[in-house]
Design a protein around this ligand. Sequence first.
Ligand SMILES: Cc1cc2nc3c(=O)[nH]c(=O)nc-3n(C[C@H](O)[C@H](O)[C@H](O)COP(=O)(O)OP(=O)(O)OC[C@H]3O[C@@H](n4cnc5c(N)ncnc54)[C@H](O)[C@@H]3O)c2cc1C
Length: 427
Amino acid sequence: MAKPKHSTYDIAVIGAGPAGLAAAKATAQRGLRTLVIEKNRIGVTGKTWLSFDEAIEAHGLSGVERGRFSSVVFSSYLGNVHRCTTKFLCPLDEKKALLALAEQARNAGATICDREAFFNYREENGGVTIVTEKSTYHARLAVDSMGSTSAILPSNGLSNTHLDMGCLSLFLTNASGYEEDTCLLYDSYFPGRDYFWIVPMGSRTVMAGIFFFSTLNHSNLDEKLAKLMSYIKARKLKGLVTERRMGNIPLGGQKHMAAFPFISFGDSANTALPSSGFSFSRCLHESRTLASFCAQFLDGKKAMRDYKTMMLAEKIPGIEVHLIISDMLSKFTDQMLNKGIGGMGVFGDEFIIDFLSGRDMSLQFCVKALKAILKTFTISEVRDLSLKQEYMKHLASIYNLLGAVPEAHLGKQIMQTLQYLQIHEKK
Ligand SMILES: Cc1cc2nc3c(=O)[nH]c(=O)nc-3n(C[C@H](O)[C@H](O)[C@H](O)COP(=O)(O)OP(=O)(O)OC[C@H]3O[C@@H](n4cnc5c(N)ncnc54)[C@H](O)[C@@H]3O)c2cc1C
């Protein structure tokens, strides 16, 4: 555990998962005096198995991969299969990745105190006093990066369970029965809305998992575990189960992102993107916006409410299409998933990677994606699955929030495009 260098900091980051470490690195790199508090040892809290090559390289983290996939396969038990052969995804050694990020944060000047749990806070002297189980620290602003079970959320009367995606996985060692360079994602193997994956993790280790669009909790754990075991058997995977990992990925729109003295980041902020499932890269990417906000806030140039606007503005207009698809996916029937996988070949790997990674947020991409959706599904399928439901409400709240941001108009253009395509298709 590091000895704190200062009695007072510009930024106190609570929680050192991907979000906290990426935030600390970015704020320290901007010259802000940064303190990180983590209750565990750095690197032991991992649950991130896959990430995008591009994000890893861009953030100087090469070497944290466990290997390479030559192909990523999506499949449906109803018959359709799509194989992406462009290399874009890799299995992560999350411990290595978190240790490397921590090293980068320290090199930039951040102080990291691990094995020290955050306990409480009080607003004081224009900033915040952070009370841990071992000490107290003063900072001008704090970042809540304690993840989806953050201790701060309930104190604001909130929980992060809306629209969760439950995940459960088993690590098999001495494994056999899988393709070593192929990652199987979104494998709907049985009827129902449970999806499976098989991710080779190097040196005869494979991870098999199940995910589903509801929260994993005590009442469904045994049922999901039994389903995963029957999937492993049916796919003829063999190996010794050495580890079980589970949790929930928040997919819902976050109402709370900033209430002085805390701003939320990472899973505690829960910014409604389906790429939440690939949050390692998202944390890396968004940390720069967070650091920019922190610097401007401390200079008196930004107010707390600007934080959410800055984060969302970066994703407009791309967020609309992600929201539509996220909402659709959470309501997909087996038949629709099969249809969706069948349609993937038409649009090519680049399109799939752009969507999964959220790297292209341009209006052109949105229109392309909407056309792709409408080419694959009928208007009534899209309308029934998505546009009449939560998506519309969510979109409205984003527009309200971004009323003053010119890019928000692009969102309206997307809706107009959609209406145009709708009319066009009817003719
Ligand atoms: C089962 C599962 C599988 C996933 N798979 C992938 C994947 O393959 N690829 C991907 O990119 N993303 C994946 N994700 C998503 C990704 O892991 C998360 O989005 C990411 O970890 C979010 O990072 P975070 O730092 O916000 O939260 P977390 O990783 O949850 O980190 C929170 C940190 O805060 C610390 N903390 C909590 N309370 C306190 C306290 N009181 N005091 C001090 N410290 C505290 C915790 O110990 C922890 O280190 C997966 C998520 C789950 C649940």
